[in-house]
Design a protein around this ligand. Structure first.
Ligand SMILES: [Zn+2]
Ligand SMILES: [Zn+2]
Length: 318
């Protein structure tokens, strides 16, 4: 489980972006992001990997950053396989406008690279090319989320804001994008490739961050099947504020934190319509359900427990 606290950024690039995109300057912007898109003002950009998801993920270019917009919901199945569930579910997220993901256009090797073992235990450390954020392989209690059974068959689960994110490399994306382009970008700007080099060769001599330099002296990271799975820190310069990389897109919880449902295994998540899902879990051999409809402004949820008893909860998102 994650506490994705909100804090506001005063990054020059973002202020300028805000002005360019015609959004009223101020705070508490999350609620207005749904109607805001960067497309009107900033040039769109091509970043290898992302183009395979152009229908749902948009990339723009500002002065210092590629700005990536998505709703955080991947095209693949989610949640199935989770054995340690906090009763959070995937909902659309406002990763657009001033809350888009920021990836440095020109990564810079850091004088003092930081490890993800004792930094960045909150928030994202990378962004997959399908617009889904990737968090530290260690959850915010310092445990390996994969080994703890917290992750679904695609390496993801949901946080405190009912936000879907990965904790390991989404290597399954290679079946969509191929092996020649990155499957993700670390938030220092360096690309993350799969378990092989783009030319198909075996990966050798990774540093403790899962990275190395290529023959042209360009740095990149790789996915691995064991810790750190993704970038195990940042070889490049990043700013850490309150234990997370800044700037980054923010999420906001709309309901009280879910409790662990001990013994439950998630067995299905059917997408009934664009924003309506039915999650099925099994507890002691009996099915329970969470059927919910979520937009950026409202969520309604119907819980059916394993005794068949039902209750409904409705939340406004602001
Ligand atoms: Zn998580
Ligand atoms: Zn490599």
């Amino acid at each position: 489980m994650h506490n994705h606290e909100i804090f506001l950024l005063s990054e020059f690039d973002r202020r300028k972006f805000l002005q360019i995109s015609g959004l009223v300057t101020g705070i508490g912007l999350l609620s207005s992001l749904a109607e805001t898109s960067a497309s009107a003002a900033l040039p769109s950009a091509k970043l290898p990997g992302f183009s395979a998801f152009a229908k749902s993920v948009r990339v723009f270019k500002s002065d210092k950053y590629y700005l990536v917009e998505s709703d955080g919901i991947p095209a693949h199945q989610m949640m199935i396989g989770i054995k340690s569930w906090q009763q959070q579910v995937p909902t659309v997220q406002p990763y657009s406008g001033t809350n888009a993901w920021s990836i440095p256009i020109t990564p810079v090797i850091a004088a003092n690279p930081m490890s993800a073992k004792d930094h960045f235990l909150r928030g994202a450390i990378a962004l997959a090319v399908n617009g889904v954020p990737i968090f530290n392989a260690l959850n915010n209690r310092g445990d390996d989320a994969f080994l703890a059974g917290e992750l679904d068959n695609w390496g993801g689960h949901c946080g405190r804001a009912d936000d879907y994110h990965y904790h390991v490399a989404p290597t399954h994306l290679q079946s969509v994008v191929g092996t020649k382009v990155p499957i993700a970008y670390a938030l220092d700007g360096f690309p993350i490739y799969g378990e092989k080099e783009p030319d198909g060769k075996k990966v050798v001599e990774l540093d403790s961050f899962n990275g190395h330099f290529d023959s042209k002296k360009n740095y990149h990271y790789h996915a691995t099947k064991t810790y750190p799975y993704i970038n195990g820190g940042f070889k490049g310069e990043v700013k850490e504020i309150n234990g997370q990389v800044a700037p980054q897109a923010l999420t906001k919880a709309f309901r009280p934190a879910g409790e662990p449902l001990r013994g439950a295994v998630i067995t299905g998540l059917d997408r009934i319509s664009a924003d309506t899902f039915n999650l099925t879990y099994s507890l002691n051999g009996v099915d329970g359900h969470v059927k919910y409809t979520a937009s950026l402004s409202q969520v309604s949820m119907e819980f059916t427990d394993t005794t068949g008893s039902t209750h409904t909860e409705v939340y406004a998102r602001k």
